[in-house]
Design a protein around this ligand. Structure first.
Ligand SMILES: Nc1ncnc2c1ncn2[C@@H]1O[C@H](COP(=O)(O)OP(=O)(O)O)[C@@H](O)[C@H]1O
Ligand SMILES: [Mg+2]
Length: 250
């Protein structure tokens, strides 16, 4: 691979990867190379991130508030464009993808701290929305809601269910297209610890049943510990990578 130089924030060549060889090809789901993003005012929010995430891996991203976690996740999810560097999904470089919105809707599910469900729609209709009126949209939405344990709540509006159930519905909406990758930005940040544990079980189940690759931003150590690896971000760069309890056992 040709080393690139990140003009926004670095004057040194980018190393190939900071991931152990055992986790690299042939099962790399997401490859991040030399990723940089600056905001006006000279804030280098993401500085030269290099990372391989394996198919079916769960990676936690930790770091102080303002360290660049959300910016990184949004770049990985192609919600935002980097100033330099690249993100590839299963060998496809996002810079080469013509219809990024379409690619994203097929490949990636997003879960945010706030659920962003539409208040006047039932959970079923909220979850069916990303399917853009496909004939079987409601059946698939019902299946996704069943998968997250909400079969009994499909006809409720978000205001009539609990906070944990709303977040489950947001997860159902994220997986209704069967994406291979799920990106979550502090998904348990707004819920109590019992609900948080249940959401984590849900994430684990998605991995086991569907081989989904999960990238979860969190500042909760108990959440991060469930991951295979914990990526610590400091001032927009990878500070260190630590094995989590989900990772390979010695
Ligand atoms: N849209 C934006 N415009 C300007 N600065 C931003 C914007 N989004 C984030 N930042 C800045 O970039 C840095 C990283 O932010 P963010 O990625 O949201 O961090 P985290 O998610 O770790 O809290 C912070 O200094 C933040 O103030
Ligand atoms: Mg954030």
């Amino acid at each position: 691979m040709i080393a690139t130089v990140c003009p926004a924030c670095l004057d040194s060549p980018v190393p190939e990867s900071q991931t152990p060889a055992s986790l690299v090809a042939p099962t790399v789901a997401i490859a991040v190379r030399g990723l940089c993003k600056a905001y006006p005012g000279g804030i280098n929010a993401v500085r030269d991130i290099n990372l391989d995430i394996a198919q079916g891996e769960m990676v936690a991203i930790m770091g102080k508030s303002g360290s660049g976690k959300s910016t990184l996740l949004n770049l990985i999810g192609s919600l935002d464009k980097p100033d330099a560097g690249s993100v590839s999904y299963h060998g496809i470089d996002l810079r080469e993808v013509r219809d990024l919105a379409r690619f994203r809707s097929r490949e990636v599910g997003f879960v945010f701290q706030l659920h962003y469900l539409l208040p006047h729609l039932t959970l079923l209709d909220n979850v069916a929305l990303p399917l853009f009126g496909l004939r079987d949209a409601r059946d698939r939405a019902a299946a996704a809601l069943g998968e997250v344990g909400l079969a009994h709540r499909v006809h409720h509006v978000p205001g009539k269910v609990s906070g944990g159930e709303r977040q489950r519905a947001a997860i159902a909406r994220a997986i209704v297209n069967n994406p291979r990758v799920l990106l979550a930005d502090e998904p348990t940040g707004n819920v109590d610890s019992v609900t948080e544990a249940a959401l984590l079980e849900l994430f684990q189940g998605l991995r086991t049943r569907h081989g989904m690759t999960l990238v979860v931003v969190t500042h909760d150590r108990s959440v991060a510990a469930r991951a295979d690896r914990i990526i610590h971000i400091k001032d927009g760069a990878i500070d260190r990578i630590e094995p989590g309890q989900g990772g390979p056992k010695p």
